[in-house]
Design a protein around this ligand. Structure first.
Ligand code: SF4
Length: 238
């Protein structure tokens, strides 16, 4: 079955579930050993990491260290890994050949952010996902922009993508953080919300538009790891 048909089939079987109720059968029964979580260790990441750790603390967690991240994010990663007992963190980096050739002085984000995201995010992730049939993301519809139409399960680039928190609101996330006693990302106290690379992240203008602090002053909304070759958000099933 190709990924588009598989995503459609999974939606029919599990489309009424979300959160841990959705993750549990997918991790244990549908994709054993063939599924990973890709986490930014950003402002809301602890919730999904906590859910996954309760089902399988050895599930591979891929973390893209673009070498442009906030030091606070790296410290938060270390804190969560220890607190949640995550035992299979895979920190991946850009290829040195790419950065030395295309971004020797580290300022490509300024002149060509799409090219910068390609070498620091898209290419390393494509490499890290080899061997996996499916991956889990923490995206939510309430983040707006292209994410408003986010499906629960989708097909992209030959893999199934699972978005178990797609329909969750900011209030849902906040409530679950408190109920589970999860620590906040250190930058939340400074007003940051959607937290990516340091040069391309600012606090949002309003908490009603949480991604407005990303690539401020540019049309760019997404780094590209969630876009297909056609520049669209997802392909296949919805
Ligand atoms: S978010 Fe900014 S610094 Fe990070 S990879 Fe993209 S353009 Fe480069």
């Amino acid at each position: 079955m190709n990924s588009v048909a598989q995503a459609q089939d999974l939606l029919e079987r599990y489309g009424n579930l979300e959160g841990e109720a959705l993750l549990s059968p997918l991790i244990r029964d549908v994709f054993p050993g063939r599924l990973c979580l890709v986490s930014s260790f950003g402002a809301e990441a602890a919730l999904l990491l906590h859910m996954v750790s309760g089902i399988d603390s050895g599930l591979p967690v891929v973390f893209l260290d673009t070498q442009k991240l906030f030091p606070e994010t790296l410290a938060y990663r270390d804190l969560l890994v220890e607190r949640l007992g995550l035992s299979n963190i895979r920190t991946i980096y850009p290829d040195y050949t790419d950065t030395s050739r295309s971004d020797p002085d580290g300022t490509l984000w300024q002149s060509n952010p799409n090219a910068c995201c390609t070498i620091r995010k898209v290419k390393p992730l494509q490499k890290a996902l080899k061997g996996f049939d499916a991956w889990i993301t923490g995206r939510k519809r309430y983040h707006g922009g292209m994410r408003t139409a986010l499906p629960l399960i989708e097909a992209s680039e030959g893999r199934v993508k699972i978005n178990p928190l797609a329909s969750w609101s900011a209030q849902d996330i906040k409530r679950e953080f408190e109920r589970r006693g999860l620590p906040a990302h250190p930058l939340r106290a400074q007003g940051y919300f959607s937290i990516g690379c340091l040069p391309c992240t600012a606090p949002p203008a309003s908490e009603d538009d949480v991604r407005s602090g990303r690539w401020q002053g540019r049309e760019k909304q997404e780094c590209g790891i969630h876009l297909g070759d056609d520049g669209k958000f997802y392909k296949g099933s919805q």
